[in-house]
Design a binder for this molecule. Structure first.
Ligand code: ADP
Length: 529
């Protein structure tokens, strides 16, 4: 039986009596069984006898091989002696089995690991990748790049999230574009305005200014923004206006004069209704009315000047007429003398009125200038010969210095003669005897011709030079009047020159005197063109 069991279990089978005597052993021939050593001391047998079963791994006393033993008491009828059945399996066999098991396990583990890697890659591609893409897109969005898009093909939650993000980006982009267009339009409006604009918040801090305001106050936008207006635009009237509008929230108006430069500004302040910080609370618009005021002053001065200029000869005439009536007429010599003065004063009155009428005609634009081809050389020579008698009277030397050839110009001949005679007349008047008066004509820059009248006379102080072209402006009133001037000659010259598309100005002549320069554009006469 032991041998048969051994064959079936592929293990050694031993039957041992309670006292340790070996009854049968599959590894021992039947004849040799009685010689086999008593097994009572074997640990597995001892265990089995004590607890019903025992196990041990040790070298076999019989076969010498490392063997795993399993022993157990066989069921017997009660009272019968106990018998132990022991199965011994050589460890080599077990080791082989374990090795096979380990190899299979390793293969399985490898396969599982490989599968896990594949799964991770798949997961990374399908779940983590789109998410990390979205994270980077969100990062770029945050950095201000609104053109980014997420590309997902999946239709799961990640895909939906991607689509939502794309829609959000598109909406954001549309909003940003709309806002930047609005901003650009507003900026263009603000930048192109000639009026200065100042926007303040409720605390009076500067939120916005435009370039016109920067120019008016000679400040830079960077230095203003976020600062309190009264600190950066210090002007008492402006500060009080701002305080009033911020407290009363009603529109205000004021006029201020900036101290350096004397610019005159009209301010219209409107409440904008903002309550919170960084919200427009007041908008101030600054109109530069310096020119308006200047023109107003010129007009006022003009009326005063005209009255004064007319009154002087009139008073004189009235005085002499009264003197004649008071008996002066009875003395023929006195009468002739007085009547001579009256005639002179009436001539002067006439001269002033003629000049005034001439000026007002030119200014109103009712005078049209002809555009005939002009022979400048002949014209200059003719004017010089006209002025020669009065120049000779004061012993002046007249010099003409003309380029050869002179470029052709077009214009109104009689007006041109008027310009030159006025200038030459002044040169003769304001140059003490035996001076030199030079009339020069030469090519100027950019297709222009400069015609100048220089003298060696009393000259014009630098600050008066731009003003001598104003009506009735005279450096020395008494001297001008004494010399028979009306104070309108240069104003007429200026208008005539500008009517010909040119410009006129005065410089100092070296070493003394003045030089009036008339710069005219060189034009092809209409006939030639
Ligand atoms: P006026 O009739 O008084 O000469 P103008 O308009 O011709 O008036 O000239 C204005 C003022 O310019 C003169 O009063 C004079 O003070 C000054 N002025 C004009 N021409 C000369 C000159 N050649 N030299 C010095 N001063 C001049």
């Amino acid at each position: 039986i032991a041998r048969e069991l051994s064959a079936r279990a592929a293990a050694r089978v031993t039957l041992i009596n309670e006292d340790g005597t070996v009854l049968a052993d599959s590894a021992v021939a039947d004849t040799d069984v009685p010689k086999v050593e008593n097994h009572r001391t074997r640990p597995e047998i001892q265990h089995a006898l004590l607890s019903g079963q025992g196990t041990a791994i040790r070298a076999s006393h019989t076969t010498g091989e490392r063997t795993m033993y399993q022993a157990l008491i066989l069921d017997r009828p009660p009272g019968a002696p106990r018998t132990v059945l022991r199965v011994g399996l050589p460890m080599t066999l077990l080791d082989r089995e374990t090795a096979t098991l380990q190899r299979n396990l390793a293969i399985a583990l490898g396969a599982a690991f490989f599968m896990a890697v594949l799964l991770s890659v798949w997961m990374a591609r399908n779940v983590t990748k789109p998410l990390s893409d979205m994270a980077s897109v969100a990062g770029r969005l945050m950095a201000g790049d609104a053109t980014v898009r997420i590309h997902t093909r999946s239709r799961d939650e990640v895909g939906v999230l991607g689509d939502t993000l794309n829609q959000m980006t598109a909406q954001l982009r549309a909003k940003i574009e709309e806002l930047s267009e609005d901003r650009a339009q507003l900026l263009a409006m603000l930048t192109s305005m000639v009026e200065g604009v100042l926007v303040l918040d409720c605390q009076g801090r500067v939120l916005q200014v435009n370039p016109a305001l920067e120019r008016m106050f000679n400040v830079r936008r960077e230095d203003l923004r976020g600062k309190l207006s009264h600190e950066v635009l210090s002007h008492p009237r402006l500060s009080s206006l701002i305080t009033t509008i911020l407290s009363s929230r009603t529109g205000q108006e004021a006029e201020i004069v900036l101290s350096p430069g004397g610019r005159c500004l009209h301010i219209e302040a409107a409440a904008a209704g903002g309550e919170r910080e960084n919200e427009a609370c007041a908008v101030l618009v600054f109109h530069d009315i310096t020119e308006l005021r200047r023109l107003e002053n010129i007009r006022k001065d003009f009326v005063a000047n005209v009255s004064h200029e007319l009154r002087t000869p009139l008073t004189s005439i009235k005085g002499y007429v009264e003197a004649l009536l008071d008996g002066g007429k009875d003395d023929p010599e006195t009468a002739v003398n007085f009547l001579g003065i009256i005639l002179k004063q009436s001539d002067r009155l006439n001269l002033i009125l003629e000049d005034l009428l001439e000026l007002s005609k030119i200014e109103s634009g009712s005078v049209s200038f002809k555009e005939d081809p002009l022979d400048l050389r002949a014209l200059i020579e003719r004017t010089l010969s006209m002025i020669k008698p009065i120049a000779d009277k004061k012993g002046h030397r007249l010099v003409a210095r003309l380029d050869d050839p002179l470029p052709p110009i077009a214009g109104d001949e009689s007006r041109f003669v008027q310009i030159l005679t006025n200038l030459l007349d002044n040169a003769v008047k304001y140059t003490p005897e035996h001076g030199t008066i030079t009339l020069a004509a030469q090519a100027g820059p950019d297709q222009t011709i400069d015609v100048s009248v220089s003298d060696t006379g009393i000259g014009i102080p630098e600050p008066d030079r731009p003003r001598v072209f104003e009506r009735f402006y005279r450096v020395d009133k008494a001297r001008s009047r004494e010399l028979g001037g009306t104070g309108l000659g240069l104003a007429i010259v200026k208008h005539l020159v500008e009517g010909h598309g040119g410009q006129v100005w005065v410089e100092g002549n070296q070493p003394q005197g003045s030089r009036f320069i008339v710069r005219l554009p060189v034009r092809k006469p209409r006939a030639q063109a």
